[in-house]
Design a protein around this ligand. Structure first.
Ligand SMILES: *[C@@H]1O[C@H](CO)[C@@H](O)[C@H](O)[C@H]1NC(C)=O
Ligand SMILES: *[C@@H]1O[C@H](CO)[C@@H](O)[C@H](O)[C@H]1NC(C)=O
Length: 397
């Protein structure tokens, strides 16, 4: 092939080109991750040999998954079994208990209140049976779900992000010449701790010591992943670390108009942009829809909530356990994310079927729905079974 001779470029053009190239290089360098930060290349990515990969296994990186519910609710068990199969997840049922079947003698109590209502007792006991099983079998960790929950088709990606964020909040810094943590108020605020700490950016998390036992970090008691309301740690809270990891542009987060909570003010919605997800320590969690326990966490929970005064609904007891108040010891490491990852599914049918605990008005729900979950596994059962990927988004923008 004949070579093409171009006329020599004027020197000025060469200079301009050279400096543009240099500028681009400098810019790219400054955008590239520092060696001290751990950058998440894309969802589902994990370095070789990292326990993070185990989150993709059939028990979502825990040793076991329990589902608590009354055996008589065969409809719910059918649903959970199908949903778990479609997500390649293994579950084991723990029989829920009817409050009226629990004798007074079996309920730890104090003289200052009456026997709690049967539905409250039944819920407490069903969950405690699962917690006791974790301790009895010496499981390293387990996820406990209620039997009416649903999750996103992308649950494993969401849990991997959760794990990375918890590590940033609770694992020692890798660089830590001072041996410290990224959150200066971890593991417990001291008298001179700041009332709040700067947000950590999910895309620029500090490098921390890789955990040796759990994909989710080695230093947690309870991961509250299914709830219907959470607060960010209160400024004045003396027992709860204040760190937050903030992830912008999470495509699994429903638009603000579809987000709701029992916890007012709804700071996540009011202060952060659309599609923001937050990770932080538990403050005032509501609803015990789903939570994981480490073995040490299960032992503490059996001690603090199984064997001490049962004087409130189970989610309130969980909250007190996490916050170390109302006679429960402080110092528990309970972490969470907003919005939650496991939510209530509401089947089509009479609304009175929704719960065996509360009384729902006599209305009929014509369309099944799941709170806040975009690509609901239940509502995409057909899509999943047909091997398609055109998932139904319950909450499009
Ligand atoms: C999944 O990973 C966790 C964490 O490493 C492990 O404890 C569990 O046994 C694994 N589950 C299965 C089914 O391999
Ligand atoms: C429970 O498991 C731990 C390791 O995970 C082990 O060191 C301990 O001996 C076990 N305890 C019992 C009672 O099996």
């Amino acid at each position: 092939m004949e070579s093409i001779h171009l006329p020599p470029l004027p020197r000025r053009v060469l200079y301009a080109f050279g400096s543009a190239l240099l500028l681009t290089f400098v810019l790219l360098r400054s955008l590239a991750p520092e060696s001290s930060t751990f950058r998440v290349a894309h969802r589902g990515w994990a370095p070789a040999g990292d326990l993070l990969r185990d989150i993709r296994n059939s028990t979502l990186g825990f040793e076991h998954i329990f589902v608590v519910g009354l055996p008589s609710r065969s409809d719910r068990r059918d649903n959970i079994v199908l949903q778990a199969a479609l997500s390649d997840i293994q579950v084991e049922f723990i029989d829920g208990v009817l409050g009226q079947d629990i004798p007074d003698k079996a309920i730890p109590t104090s003289p200052d209140h009456k026997r709690p209502a049967d539905p409250v007792l039944g819920c407490w006991r069903g969950h405690m049976n699962a917690v006791r099983e974790i301790v009895r079998r010496n499981l390293t960790s387990a996820l406990i779900l209620e039997d009416d929950v649903d999750w996103d088709v992308r649950i494993r990606d969401q849990l991997q992000d959760f794990a990375l964020s918890i590590r940033a909040l609770t694992q020692p810094l890798l660089r830590g010449d001072a041996g410290g943590y990224a959150d200066p108020t971890y593991p417990m605020p001291s008298d001179n701790s700041p009332e709040s700490v700067p947000d950590m950016d999910f895309y620029q998390l500090p490098a921390t010591v890789p955990p040796s036992t759990y994909p989710y970090g080695d230093n947690w008691d309870l991961l509250w992943v299914g709830h219907c309301g959470m607060h960010f740690p209160f400024k004045g809270s003396k027992t709860i670390p204040k760190g937050r990891v903030i992830r912008h542009n999470d495509v699994t987060v429903a638009p603000k108009k579809s987000l709701w909570t029992f916890n007012i003010p709804f700071t996540l919605k009011e202060t952060y942009p659309e599609h923001t997800r937050a990770y932080h320590h538990v403050q005032e969690g509501v609803c015990s829809l789903g939570y994981a326990l480490s073995q040490r966490g299960a032992r503490k929970l059996l001690h603090e909530v199984g064997l001490k005064d049962v004087n409130a609904g189970y989610d309130l007891l969980l909250r007190w356990f996490c916050e170390g108040v109302k006679g429960r010891r402080p110092g528990r490491q309970c972490l969470t994310t907003q919005p939650a990852l496991f939510h209530h599914h509401r089947m089509a049918g009479p609304e009175s079927h929704m719960s065996d605990i509360g009384n729902h008005p006599n209305k009929f729900r014509h369309k099944a729905m799941t709170d806040m979950v975009r690509w609901s596994v239940r509502l995409n059962a057909d899509v999943l079974m047909e091997g398609r990927t055109d998932f139904v988004d319950q909450y499009p923008d």
